[in-house]
Design a protein around this ligand. Sequence first.
Ligand code: GLN
Length: 262
Amino acid sequence: MTNPKSNYTPGAKPYSLRIGWLYPDLMNTYGDRGNVIVLQKRCQWRGIKTEIKEIGIGTSDKDFLSCDLLLMGGAQDTQQEVVAKDLKDKKKTFKAMVENGIPGLYICGGFQYLGEYYKTANGNKLPQLGILNMYTQNPGRERLIGNIAIDAKNLFGKTTILIGFENHGGRTILGKGIKPLGKVLKGFGSNDSAKEEGAIYKNSIGTYFHGPVLPKNPLLADYLIKTALELKYGKKFELEKLDDSLEEKARKVIAKRLSVAI
Ligand code: GLN
């Protein structure tokens, strides 16, 4: 196992990750940018270099393919229509990256892109990437809004509470073979009835958690960093522990409001 910081010898090339931030100008609501900052800081505190590569309209496949980790935030339906058009050109590359296990965090509208289609509140059926066997429909009625807590055992292999905030009109239905990220303990989740939230496919994680999700869930941030390092360098990594007491406090405030034990 490699601990990036303790194994770093002065003068040696530090470990590095190139983070691809998809459509930062269009897909970035409810503080999703915070996820980028968290990944950068948690890497920096451990001596891991990061580079943020913005991927948007006009970005070449070569630049896209050079990323070790992908992030995509959410948006309103209007921006999603613009991005859906552009994504058509990136579909092949995007799909290859997900299939090759490039870790990614896809929030809300970003999560919806991984599926077959998204039917907007106006009834426009936007074809999506079709990487995951799932689809989303926005019936145009009440939005699913509020704090949420889930048990993300499917990702971590043991009960692990993730805390977040959701605000979406779309209801996502998972098809066969796609695991949800977690079981809803409090809040809505991906749709009105299933009591499940998000999805996991290879190293890609889809979720409706805004807020942003990573400051309140450092375990999820570290999962992404570790997975990206392991894939890039082809060996196991043991990430140095950080002082997460502030993050824990924030989690506890929301958990208390939701009456969920963490
Ligand atoms: N516009 C989409 C919906 O309402 C996505 C929302 C979001 O990303 N917050 O479901």
